[in-house]
Every structure is written in structure tokens, then in C-alpha cells.
Design a protein around this ligand. Structure first.
Ligand code: FRU
Length: 458
């Protein structure tokens, strides 16, 4: 699997579709896999939702609840869910055409469980742009129309529609702005508030060209008037600085909160990682909000509160300040570590095993940045760029450092300063990393250190 797709909340159910090739553990003809959840944490996999057809593979896209039946797909009062995705025609690609990606629709009249492709597909025809994909659609209430945010090679193109079937180009954004180390993919457009004021967030995933190499998620904060997006500043911002969060976008129709989910891998090595019966996972769902730091507006991400329900036994180091090394023992294969320092002092957390494999991470005070180093964390010979030391700037002036780590068998998600700096990183040790040690330069610098078991969701 790769990208999350068609994320929509309907009838008390979170739907997650995803790029999926059922025939192998490497990328192939894309389908939309399907999973559902009541709480964003426990998932049930369902039959494949969309299969490739004569127009091509089913690439990434989104899904909306068409409550007013603008599309006319609704029958007998049933509210249609409409999926908007890219049809990728492999034959056209092979023949050297430049219009082999087009946008198409499918609809569901049973709340997202079974889907019918629209007979008039495609609904947005490619004008001759080789990368023309990943439509994210949402209702623009002020203009009473649907907006499609589309990744078109090195920029975003906005389209609008009254009925999801007829689309008009509105504008382009970003050719000269943001990071351009690779192709723009999987965008998203939504509103968030800060101090009662509304802003628009434009997410643009990029591959390669991320801050720690390969794939990553950048974003812009600005204004959107139903036609055009205007950023309020020109700095490049990253939603997650780690090497392994990509194609992340948000759920549609969650009304009072914005929940983001990313694919936990990187195209540098996604098809090479040493897993056998599975290939890739998603991040923990994260709630997004806006914060202010040194005069600029940023996104902060936190694991959704539903994750707390998995919290098992907690182990707290009673007097973590006493020595400059504290060790804790996780009580499960998955666990959450909370750490708080007394001041902005550097520290290192080491997750290790008896094979001498270790993942180190922490805060480097001299460079004012967080880091994760997986150089010695297990198998890495499948790709030259896998072993490495990754960094994220600290984006907070608070007087102490608060860190949350969500650790699974092959991944860590780091949230610092209330989610202002986030890093996701995968690793492949031969044995579980379940010896945890925290080190500071001198004694007495850590005020809280705890480790809570996470109950398995399976
Ligand atoms: C991003 C991406 C998308 C595309 C899909 C194909 O990871 O390349 O742009 O729609 O994956 O699987």
C-alpha cells in the first residue's frame, strides 16, 4: 500500500481508502483498498473498493459527502458519497503520451461500502501535463460550489464545480513558491482558526525534495477566495520533518476538527524495505491546529485523543533527575514515552536491544534541533540513503522541552513542543527495541519521564 485516499467521515464511521496493489508487496496496478474505523484507532479491512478498468489504474484522490445531491447520483433520498480520483492510463504512459492522467468519479449509495464508477468519466481532462493527479475535493460553502485542488507537476491547479461532474479551471498556484526539489503530489486545502481568525491551509506533498531527502509534506498558510490561494508568507514549511511521512492529507466531513493521516514511508526505499508479509503502514492519525511562532503561523500536530484509550500500564521513573542516565522498561511491544525537561537542555533517548541495535533521538541544544538517528537501528543495506541522522528545527520558545514518542516495532513518531516539530521514522531491528535509556549532560535535568504500554489494536 501507499497513499491514504478518499478519507471521509460518514454515519459515525471513518472511511480510509488507500493505494493498494493486491498482487505483490511492491507497487503495481493501483486499486483503492478500504478500511473503516469508529475511533480512528481500531481498523477493519474491507473488500477492495475500486479496481483498475479500461481507463487505467486508480490513483490517489478524495471522497465527499454530497448531502444536497448536487451530483444527482442520489436515489430514493439516499445521500451519495462521491469519490474523485485519478485514472492513470499505463498504455498512454508507455506510448509516450502526455495526457495519461485524468480525473474521474465513482459514487456509493450505501454509505461508502460499494462503489459504482460514473459513466461519463473522466470529468477533468488532461490538457497535456504528464503529472496531473490526486484531486482533493471539498465544499466551498461561501461560493456554494465544490473546489478541486489538483497537483499539476510543479504547481497546484484549482477547479470548481456546482455538481462534481462539470469542472471549470479557476487558477494556478505555486510555480515560483515553496520547495521544488521534485514533483508536487497529493494536495489538500482546508480552513483552520487561530485566535478566532480563519486561515486556509494548502498542503502540497513533494517527491523528492523533502527536508531529510525524498518524499515529504510541505504546506502554505494563506487566504482563499473561491478562486485563488494567496499565501501570507513565502517560507517553506514542513508538516513532518522525518523521512517517513508522505502523501498525508486530512479527512473530509469531520466538521469540528481536522484529522491528518500520512503514509509511513518514503519513495526512496518504499518498495525495498525488508518486510515480508506486509509493506508499509500509516501514521497515527493527527489532529492539526494553528500556532504562532516568532511572528509566523505554523501547523502543530498531535496524536488524536482516541489513542489514549489504548494506554495500558504506565511506568514512571520516580526521580528521573537524580542521575544523568535513567532507564525505563516498556511493558508492551508498542508504547508511548512522555518526557519533559526542566529547562531547554539537550538530551538523548536511546531505544536499544540486546543485539546492540539502537535508535537514538533527542534534542541537540547547540543546533536547537530535534534529531533521530537510525544508523545502527537494524537492517539498512537495502538502500544507501536509509541509514542516517535526521533533524527538525525546534519551533518553540518555551522554557522546557516536552516530547511525546509513539513507538511501534518498526516506527517512531516524535511530537515535540505540542506538535510544533514532528518527525516520523521507520527502522528494522532484528529484535524489538525495548531497552530505553535517557541521557542528559548533567544530573537533574529531566522533570518527567514515563512510558505507557499501548494495547495492540489487532
Ligand atoms: C504519491 C503517488 C501519487 C499517485 C500515487 C500512485 O505517493 O505517486 O501521486 O496518485 O502515489 O500510487
Amino acid at each position: 500500500m501507499n497513499d491514504p485516499n478518499g478519507m471521509v467521515y460518514f454515519n459515525h464511521t471513518y472511511h480510509l481508502f488507500f493505494q493498494y496493489y493486491p498482487g505483490a508487496t511492491v507497487w503495481g496496478p493501483m486499486h483503492w483498498g478500504h478500511a473503516i474505523s469508529k475511533d480512528l484507532i481500531h481498523w477493519k479491512e474491507l473488500p477492495i473498493a475500486l479496481y483498475p478498468d479500461s481507463l487505467g489504474y486508480i490513483f490517489s484522490g478524495s471522497a465527499v459527502v454530497d448531502s444536497n445531491n448536487t451530483s444527482g447520483f442520489g436515489k430514493n433520498g439516499k445521500i451519495p458519497l462521491v469519490a474523485i480520483f485519478t485514472h492513470h492510463d499505463p498504455k498512454g504512459e508507455k506510448a509516450g503520451a502526455n495526457n495519461f492522467q485524468n480525473e474521474s468519479l465513482a459514487y456509493s449509495l450505501d454509505g461508502g461500502y460499494t462503489w459504482t464508477k460514473y459513466s461519463g468519466n473522466p470529468v477533468v481532462k488532461n490538457p497535456g501535463i504528464t503529472d496531473f493527479r490526486d484531486p482533493k475535493v471539498s465544499w466551498y460553502a461561501k461560493g456554494k460550489k465544490w473546489m478541486m485542488t489538483l497537483a499539476t507537476k510543479d504547481r497546484i491547479t484549482f477547479y470548481s464545480s456546482p455538481d462534481l461532474t462539470n469542472w471549470t479551471k479557476e487558477s494556478e498556484f505555486g510555480k515560483e513558491l515553496g520547495a521544488h526539489g521534485g514533483v508536487w503530489e497529493c494536495p489538500d486545502l482546508f480552513q483552520l482558526k487561530l485566535n478566532g481568525k480563519s486561515y486556509w491551509v494548502l498542503i502540497v506533498n513533494i517527491n523528492p525534495g523533502g527536508p531529510n531527502n525524498g518524499s515529504a509534506t510541505q504546506y502554505f498558510i494563506g487566504h482563499f477566495d473561491g478562486h485563488q490561494f494567496t499565501p501570507i508568507d513565502n517560507t517553506t514549511k514542513w508538516l513532518d520533518y522525518g523521512p517517513d511521512e508522505y502523501a498525508g492529507v486530512t479527512w473530509n466531513n469531520t466538521s469540528n476538527r481536522t484529522v491528518f493521516l500520512g503514509w509511513m514511508s518514503n519513495w526512496l526505499y518504499a518498495t525495498l524495505v525488508p518486510t515480508e508479509k506486509w509493506r508499509s503502514a500509516m501514521t497515527v492519525p493527527r489532529e492539526l491546529k494553528l500556532i504562532e511562532h516568532n511572528g509566523s503561523i505554523l501547523i502543530a500536530s498531535s496524536p488524536v485523543r482516541e489513542l489514549e484509550a489504548l494506554g495500558g500500564k504506565t511506568y514512571t521513573v520516580t526521580n528521573p533527575g537524580a542521575k544523568n542516565t535513567s532507564t525505563i522498561t516498556p511493558l508492551a511491544d508498542q508504547y508511548v514515552i512522555h518526557l519533559q525537561t526542566k529547562a531547554t537542555t539537550g538530551f538523548t533517548v536511546e531505544l536499544a536491544n540486546t543485539n546492540n541495535e539502537k535508535l537514538t533521538l533527542g534534542y541537540d541544544k547547540m543546533h536547537n534541533q530535534y534529531f533521530i538517528d537510525r544508523t545502527h537501528a537494524g537492517i539498512s543495506d537495502f538502500n544507501k540513503q536509509f541509514a542516517g541522522h535526521f533533524t527538525a528545527p525546534r519551533l518553540s520558545n518555551s522554557k522546557s522541552i516536552k516530547l511525546t514518542l509513539i513507538v511501534d516495532k518498526a516506527s517512531v513518531e516524535l511530537f515535540a513542543d505540542g506538535g510544533a516539530s514532528v518527525m516520523t521514522c521507520i527502522f528494522f531491528p532484528q529484535k524489538q527495541l525495548n531497552e530505553i535509556a535517557v541521557q542528559t549532560a548533567s544530573a537533574g535535568q529531566i522533570s518527567t519521564l514515563s512510558c505507557s504500554a499501548l494495547t495492540s489494536i489487532w
